[in-house]
Design a protein around this ligand. Structure first.
Ligand SMILES: [Zn+2]
Length: 321
């Protein structure tokens, strides 16, 4: 049976509404690692065969970049935006609370959790009941289209994974997780850098995908460092509010993004390289966690193992006997 995506993301409905409005709008400014940076990060992270890897990674047409197109572009949680916060001591008054910032970050995590669950379900269509790869469901001889409509099972899995990993890569560009603090006093235009080199503990998507949302949300909230911030961006936050000027807040555009090596924040030390390394390690972790979940979800007749084989190979019918 062809896989039918579950209605996991109410945000996609919001996206559909905005697609029409955006059709007439001028091109949006660069936001998020450029498509080319998402591509190089994704290629470095995944040991996949070339056609499959391009379907995921391509700078323009890859699933990893689907969230940067159409109405999805202006939905803040799909890019880990608007989780901005500065503690008292750095500024006299910050217009957002730690809790509000964390809520936006958790909204971003939640979009990934929903995609992970969808991807696990979609993978079921890759392999028959006896563990044999279904050739028609893993054929990429014509390109996948990332439209959230049921396609070949492999396209559906790639779309769900790409739409769930994009924001995690963006996090490394948009947050101060791996940054060094810039020269001069800490403030709105120079948020503290956390200088972390590990993967972020609150992106334990595989674990969260098996839990009640209220439970993992509580757990993840406690793991967010007090000085973590992403940038305010003129898109819609999880409450549907759009801040056009981001006045008095740490901003994506001016202060924090490492979308390109030329951004202001990228120029402190190796902040750009640190963001790229973090995003690459994170993508590898997410792929490894997805494989582990397939093995435990579909243990019979090595079906999970065959699903992995079908995902990484360009011609699974011959590569996965
Ligand atoms: Zn993005």
């Amino acid at each position: 049976m062809p896989y039918r995506p579950a209605p996991g993301l109410t945000r996609t409905t919001i996206a559909a509404v905005f697609v029409t409005a955006l059709a007439a709008a001028p091109p949006a400014p660069a936001h998020a690692f450029t498509g080319g940076n998402h591509e190089s990060i994704t290629r470095a992270a995944l040991p996949w065969e070339p056609v499959t890897l391009s379907a995921m990674a391509d700078a323009r047409d890859g699933a990893i970049n689907a969230n940067d197109h159409g109405g999805y572009f202006l939905i803040g949680p799909l890019h880990c935006d608007n989780a901005d916060y500065l503690a008292p001591g750095y500024v006299r008054h910050y217009p957002r609370s730690r809790d509000e910032a964390t809520t936006e970050l958790l909204a971003c995590v939640r979009t990934s959790v929903a995609r992970f669950r969808n991807a696990i379900r979609a993978a079921d269509g890759l392999v028959d009941a006896h563990g044999r790869v279904r050739a028609d469901q893993s054929d990429l001889s014509s390109p996948c289209t990332w439209k959230e409509t049921s396609d070949r099972a492999k396209c559906d899995v790639l779309e769900q994974l790409g739409r769930g990993w994009h924001q995690i890569q963006d996090f490394h560009s948009h947050a101060n997780w791996s940054d060094r603090t810039g020269p001069g006093p800490v403030g709105l235009d120079n948020p503290p850098g956390l200088a972390r080199t590990d993967v972020a503990p609150f992106f334990d998507i595989r674990r969260y995908s098996t839990m009640e949302d209220a439970d993992w949300t509580r757990e993840a909230r406690a793991l967010v460092p007090v000085d973590l911030t992403t940038g305010c961006y003129s898109d819609f936050d999880s409450t549907g509010v759009k801040s056009d000027d981001c006045a008095g807040r740490v901003t994506h555009n001016r202060d924090l993004n490492k979308d390109t090596a030329a951004s202001h924040r990228s120029k402190t030390g190796d902040n750009f390289g640190r963001a790229v390394s973090g995003a690459t390690a994170e993508t590898t972790r997410q792929w490894n966690d997805f494989k582990a979940a397939l093995r435990t979800t579909y243990p019979d007749d090595r079906r999970g193992e065959q699903m992995i084989c079908a995902l990484v190979h360009d011609d699974p019918a011959s590569s996965c006997p």
